[in-house]
Write a protein that binds this ligand. Structure first.
Ligand code: ZN
Length: 146
């Protein structure tokens, strides 16, 4: 696992809490923020964005990842992601986010899970989703065969 300094973790925490304030959550009022550290040391914020049709909702982790990819970051080039929510213990990424993390981040990238009281837990991407689905595991190496 990449070692992230305490100072960097604090910066990620501040950015994630800032992102949390921007969440669009008129239905659940459950705000989540994420801060993704790229290979150049830039931090990409993400917040959850809900929708009245429910299924189009997007989590903070995926917002940060998609935003970074759209900004030109290469998949699997990230150093760490920190997630924060108003939960009893460290917030845990949902299954969908774990799948997206497994494709866009290195297996050994740290995922720092926190809450507003400062509780913290760190796991790698592969620890969060062992046996993740990947098209690369197909015999044709993910190429369409239509
Ligand atoms: Zn999620």
């Amino acid at each position: 696992m990449t070692n992230i300094t305490e100072q960097l973790t604090q910066q990620l925490s501040e950015q994630a809490r800032e992102a949390m304030k921007k969440a669009y959550v008129p239905y659940s009022n459950f705000r989540v923020g994420a801060a993704l550290l790229d290979e150049h040391g830039h931090i990409h914020q993400g917040c959850n964005v809900e929708n009245g049709a429910y299924s189009p909702c997007n989590c903070a982790e995926r917002t940060a990842l998609f935003r970074a990819i759209a900004d030109g970051c290469a998949p699997r080039s990230f150093q760490a992601i920190l997630v924060v929510g108003d939960t009893a213990g460290p917030i845990s990424p949902c299954g969908v986010c774990r799948q997206v993390l497994s494709e866009l981040c290195s297996p050994d990238m740290p995922v720092i899970m926190t809450n507003l009281t400062g509780a913290r837990s760190v796991m790698t991407v592969s620890e969060l989703l062992p046996g993740a689905f990947s098209l690369e595991s197909r015999p044709d190496e993910g190429k369409a065969t239509l």
